[in-house]
Unconditional design. Structure first.
Length: 57
């Protein structure tokens, strides 16, 4: 793949990073309910328009 063909992914914003970390910790602790909550909150955040990375992250 050439450099022109590669899509540039925006860096995740701080709330995205925090939710991703919280989800990873929840998965590591086998807390499936909290992991699901993190995924739902991440989706809501990205769709809210407040996310710097947008829906592509």
């Amino acid at each position: 793949m050439t450099h022109e063909q590669q899509q540039v992914q925006p860096d995740p914003c701080l709330p995205c990073q925090e939710l991703a970390l919280a989800g990873a910790v929840a998965n590591a602790e086998y807390d499936w309910s909290r992991a699901t909550d993190c995924r739902v909150l991440m989706k809501r955040h990205r769709e809210s328009g407040e996310c710097a990375a947008g829906q592509s992250a």
